[in-house]
Write a protein that binds this ligand. Sequence first.
Ligand SMILES: NC(=O)c1ccc[n+]([C@@H]2O[C@H](COP(=O)([O-])OP(=O)(O)OC[C@H]3O[C@@H](n4cnc5c(N)ncnc54)[C@H](OP(=O)(O)O)[C@@H]3O)[C@@H](O)[C@H]2O)c1
Length: 266
Amino acid sequence: MGEIVRVAVNGATGRMGRVLLDLLRRDRRFALVGALTAPDSPEMGAPVAHGSDLCFTHDWSRLGPVDVVIDFSGPEGFAAALAHCRETAAALVTGTTGLDAQLKAQLDQASARIACLHSANFSLGVAVLSRLLREAAAALPEWDLEIVEAHHGRKEDAPSGTALALGEVAASARSVLLTEQAVHAREGHTGPRRAGSIGFAVVRGGDVVGEHSALLLGLGERIELSHRATDRSIFARGAIEAAHWLAGKPPGCYALDAMLAERLPR
Ligand SMILES: NC(=O)c1ccc[n+]([C@@H]2O[C@H](COP(=O)([O-])OP(=O)(O)OC[C@H]3O[C@@H](n4cnc5c(N)ncnc54)[C@H](OP(=O)(O)O)[C@@H]3O)[C@@H](O)[C@H]2O)c1
């Protein structure tokens, strides 16, 4: 899209929302026209930044024309953003996780009327890692494959959603099911490694933002594909690139990978 893109952020008072607002206010490709938050937010009515005319609101009906909504909120916030986009034909970029099957189905149905893009990880580096892994896993089907991830000690789930998504990519590249090939624990007398399995290893501690490595282990050689996040703003940066790419696109369900594919030489 060549013109200035009118963008609204949903979940604007949250951790991701704040980073998005900060980056968008300095990005000349965009006009920030809305900052939406929860109905009971204590920030309601306050300016989004010192001296700004734009205030936090929950009232979608008072929003002017918007080309794209970026949503990092929660399931309820997501539902409200989706309803607004359906009504106004604005595009929707959403990183909200924890959507149930019903909300996912609503997003799917809405893609007949609006352009939408959902990703559980908006890091462009992870998206590229995923592409490289798909190629390597398919080209070297006999090589052993292990996925190692590290996160800060407060993380409550393991392996990370991103590690599992990488496992899915590799499994699908080898035309196998991750549910049948994944090995999540090794302890005691494990016996030799099962050929074709995809192993996961998890490290927890300190303030690690997020690290993912895919190890392809051959005989006499190995490939290590690694991504290290040092700052949560990578997700906001990826979502902003996706929003700029998506604004003005015809209705459909788009993927981050399609945006990257357009950047590659043909
Ligand atoms: N895809 C990715 O790359 C990625 C990366 C990071 C995070 N995430 C996901 O993005 C979401 C937000 O993460 P976060 O860390 O920013 O969480 P957070 O700090 O809790 O922020 C969520 C924000 O949404 C607001 N909100 C709640 N209900 C709302 C509603 N009905 N309408 C509008 N806004 C509403 C909250 O307001 P109150 O505080 O007033 O309740 C809060 O400001 C989570 O689902 C998280 O898992 C995805």
